[in-house]
Design a protein around this ligand. Structure first.
Ligand code: BGC
Length: 735
């Protein structure tokens, strides 16, 4: 008996030793400088065909299998992109209700883009990557860089605005920050997922120039400059073929021209065909329901397009085994970079440092749109009565929105932040309007009586010295949320009328908007001040109080244009074929003229231009000069700008450099952003700033020659504080 017991103990020990050593072989056994590609070859040679196919599709909602026999671990993924999402059940969309899966909610990506601060984007990525690592995630499903084409897109808050250069500059440090932790970023949604309406069906077509000049650059930067380890394919089609397995987008561009060496992951339920997925570069299929839909509860993973149907096609010789080998190679490369990397730090979660990053990004991203007679900053010591009116003063806004929904460790509401900072003030708070509960995919009507809410709001406004109206959108269905676009540019839930009535009884009213999108402002001239606060995350209230108290001087700049009317936006100027599509067919009629490119070129005055954002101090550009006047194709334009803080407070300003091609063989936008630099200055201080623009960046995409060309001729350089505020103009010549 004893002998038997010892024997079984021995057996267990031997088995665990074998397991540990085989794990060690692949997990920790890399000696410095060992060649990962050779190791991958070796692993592939040991895998059975079944094991290889299994690695190419999900085994649960958010994981894909490894090969236990060889110590190859599973891959675990999580949304993304503003914090690490709470744990989700193995085989349903329900939350698993863990008690240790809360996170710091970082500001939404529109807010991050508004900082125009690359270093902050890096810090954001590092902190988020640390949280993901601590939670044992290998792939973080973000960031998103779909271009802001229409203010109706329900997911704009998850993206970085309308300008390909800005998005490219901000996405790179974010990715580097995340991946420093041995966690892969997953840049999404590749590509042309620029609306939520009919996203699973819409067939997008557009000019080659618009694709190349507007919609692809941020993805290209993510791959080539950010070195991103994974990319997520989008739901929609491009020229009749689903983007997730689109021959041109994936084979030719992503993996061909750009040389992407990581793994292409499907969006959850964006795979539709085995042969296409196999041959057109999809590496990991996720989220396909057993009935082909992403919502089915029982997922028969074996029936995924890249599961048994794929295996059978290989066995029959319809698809060559080298196809699966290539996918497994990329998956293993991803594993060596993440879960099989020996150099991963441990990560951390919910730390003071992460809160500090969230607050820094939020307060640098908040944009002061209007500030009549220096309404802000308000004296934080003043003994006054402040009416705080509006649902977003207290509504949780780190939740909702779809897959970017977060279980925040905490969320400081605007009301709480204001109460904490304005200690001597009497704060009167009332909702003013109600939007109804937030349920994914449904509009639930408000429950409270709108008239009574309004009456209380008006009397509160009358009793107060000033009013802070805190409203906007709220990440419920059709109000900045996945799977449904907004239905109009106006503020919902009667806010416009309410604001007008409040202003009529108390002209000392400022508007603080929490939203990821531009809204119409029929009350624009009647209110004293307007703040665009986006969705600022866990530190929302603190960051808002920082700005309105003047503890922090605002320096956020709009990454989007605010149109006066929806029809002033390019995508909405051509009828339904352009947006939202007719019978699921869509053509981007405005072509390359997206955002300010449209407003400028068509001379349509925006409500607020791209790049706009006020400060409590003032700045001037004292001089701007280039090193020389004439350049050749391989040169860099070196631009020296002297900027001065001409006001009385320390503050930061963003020098924005736009270039105009004076005469071009193909039509071009009036001007395009090609460089920016955020500069912090003490009162009275001047600084000389050098900005570099490679001449190659002046190029446009010529579809006739399939390439980028910077033509000879004269270019104007506009040194600006926004797309609508040019301070200095100079000329150079390219020979
Ligand atoms: C979204 C993705 C997300 C995925 C997983 C999809 O519906 O489009 O952005 O990462 O779900 O939650």
């Amino acid at each position: 008996m004893l002998l038997l017991q010892n024997y079984s103990k021995m057996k267990k020990l031997i088995i665990s030793l074998i397991l540990v050593s085989s794990c060690a072989l692949y997990s920790y056994g890399q000696s410095e400088g060992s060649n990962i590609e050779e190791r991958i070859d070796d692993i592939i040679s040991r895998l059975t065909l079944e094991e290889k196919v299994r690695m190419c599709h999900a085994q649960s909602k958010f994981s894909s299998p490894g090969v236990a026999r060889l110590g190859i671990p599973e891959l675990w993924m999580s949304d993304g992109p503003h914090g690490v999402r709470a744990e989700i059940e193995w085989d349903s969309w329900n939350y698993a209700e863990w008690t240790n899966d809360s996170c710091i909610a970082f500001p939404a990506l529109t807010c991050m883009a508004s900082t125009f601060n690359r270093e902050l984007a890096y810090q954001y990525g590092v902190a988020l990557g640390e949280e993901a690592r601590y939670r044992k995630k290998d792939v973080l499903l973000g960031p998103g860089v779909n271009i802001y084409r229409t203010p109706l897109n329900g997911r704009n808050f998850e993206y970085m605005g309308e300008d390909p250069y800005l998005a490219s500059e901000m996405v790179v440090p974010y990715i580097k920050g995340v991946q420093r932790n041995g966690v892969a970023a997953c840049v999404k949604h590749y590509v042309l997922n620029n609306q939520e309406t009919r996203r699973n069906n819409i067939n997008v077509d557009l000019s080659e120039r618009a694709l190349r000049e507007i919609y692809l650059p941020a993805f290209k930067a993510a791959v080539q400059k950010g070195g991103v380890w994974t990319v997520m394919g989008s739901y929609n089609k491009y020229r009749g073929q689903y983007c997730t397995h689109n021959d041109k987008l994936v084979n030719d561009i992503l993996k061909g021209e750009w040389d992407f060496d990581g793994a292409l992951i499907s969006d959850w339920g964006s795979t539709h065909d085995t042969r296409e997925a196999a041959l057109n570069g999809l590496d990991i299929e996720m989220g396909t329901g057993s009935d082909g839909l992403t919502y089915s509860l029982k997922n028969a993973y074996d029936n995924y397009f890249l599961a048994i149907p794929f295996l059978e096609m290989i066995k029959k010789g319809d698809i060559d085994e080298s196809v699966v080998d290539e996918k497994v190679r990329r998956i293993l490369r991803l594993m060596f970079r993440t879960t099989m990397s020996k150099n991963r730090p441990y990560g951390s979660k919910g730390s003071i440092e992460h809160s500090a990053v969230a607050r820094k990004v939020a307060r640098e991203g908040i944009v002061l749109l209007k500030n009549e007679d220096e309404f802000f900053p308000l004296d934080p010591e003043a003994e006054i009565t402040i009416a705080v009116i509006g649902e977003n003063a207290t509504r949780k806004l780190t939740t909702g929105g779809g897959s970017s929904d977060l279980k925040a460790l905490y969320e400081i509401s605007p009301l709480q932040g204001i109460k904490e900072r304005f200690k001597n003030a009497k704060i009167l708070h009332t909702m003013g309007y109600e939007s109804g509960p937030s349920v994914y995919g449904y509009v639930i009507p408000p429950q409270l009586d709108a008239d009574s809410l309004k009456k209380v709001a008006i009397s509160t406004a009358m009793e107060s010295d000033l009013v802070l109206f805190i409203g906007g959108l709220n990440k419920s269905h059709k109000q900045d949320c996945e799977n449904g676009d907004r239905e109009g540019l106006g503020l919902p839930f009667g806010q416009d009328e309410l604001i007008k009535e409040i202003v009529s009884v108390n002209p000392g009213t400022a508007i603080i908007l929490l939203s990821g999108n531009a809204v119409a402002m029929p009350w624009m001239n009647d209110v004293r001040s307007i703040v665009q606060a986006w969705y600022p995350g866990s530190e929302s209230g603190h960051a808002i109080a920082d700005i309105i108290s003047g503890d922090v001087n605002p320096s956020g700049k709009l990454p989007i244009s605010f149109p006066v009317r929806l029809e002033d936006n390019g995508a909405h100027s051509f009828g339904r074929k352009s947006y939202p599509g007719v019978n699921d067919e869509q053509y981007y009629e405005e072509g390359i003229l997206v955002g300010y490119r449209w407003h400028d070129t068509k001379e349509i005055e925006p409500l607020f231009p791209f790049g706009h954002g006020l400060s409590y101090t003032t700045f001037s550009i004292n001089s701007a000069e280039t090193e020389k006047k004439t350049y050749t194709a391989d040169d860099h334009i070196k631009l020296m700008v002297e900027i001065e803080n001409t006001g009385e407070r320390e503050g930061s300003e963003v020098i924005q450099v736009y270039i105009r091609d004076e005469r071009s063989s193909l039509p071009r936008p009036y001007k395009e952003l090609k460089a920016f630099e955020k500069v912090k200055l003490a009162p009275g201080q001047t600084k000389k700033v050098e900005l570099n623009i490679p001449v190659s960046e002046l190029a446009f995409y010529d579809p006739a020659r399939n390439g980028w060309y910077a033509e000879e001729g004269t270019y104007q350089i506009f040194v600006s504080f926004s797309a609508g505020d040019i301070r200095k103009a100079l000329k150079i010549t390219v020979n």
